[in-house]
Write a protein that binds this ligand. Structure first.
Ligand code: FES
Length: 161
């Protein structure tokens, strides 16, 4: 996800460019939203409204699509996305306790972003590393065989970055 371009370039120009690219494609809304989210990191209400206006469709249709598909989000994500795997292997090996520990250490609950915009806590499905269960990802890093007492140290490492 690139949030850097959005600050360097006019957001309206970015949206116009993306909409123009897909205007002649049948069903342009989803590819437009994908690319816009790729630029801004999330789809704010303001951005959704701009997309609706430019595609000439009702804003409620855009917000409906954003809330229906799990890969779209209308909330800003933190610099570090913590994903606790809740697949079966991880769940039976204590993923729920890992979630509670991250919530305690980060001071947020599942799905939230910390006030300093540093962390977002979420869950993932199986990432194919079941042999390392329970598994947590932080951006591209994978932490396996995680125990509750390692969580504090990991969080501290990222807080100091
Ligand atoms: S269930 Fe967590 S990695 Fe497979």
């Amino acid at each position: 996800m690139c949030q850097c371009n959005a600050t360097k370039t006019d957001p309206i120009a970015i949206i116009d460019r993306i909409v123009e690219k897909y205007r002649s494609v049948p069903g342009p809304l989803i590819p437009v939203l994908h690319e816009v989210q790729g630029e801004f990191g999330y789809l704010s209400q303001e951005v959704q409204l701009m997309v609706a206006q430019r595609l000439n469709i009702p804003p409620v249709k855009v917000s409906g699509v954003v809330s229906f598909y799990h890969f779209f989000t209308d909330k800003a994500k933190g610099e570090y996305e913590v994903g606790v795997c809740m697949g079966t292997a991880c769940y039976v090996r204590g993923a729920a306790e890992i979630v509670r520990e991250f919530e305690k250490e980060l001071g947020i609950t599942m799905g939230e972003t910390s006030n300093d915009q540093k962390f977002t806590l979420g869950i993932t499905r199986c990432i194919g590393a079941c042999g390392l269960a329970p598994v947590v990802t932080i951006n591209d890093e994978v932490y396996g065989r995680l125990t509750v007492d390692k969580v504090k140290e990991i969080v501290q490492t990222y807080k100091e970055k």
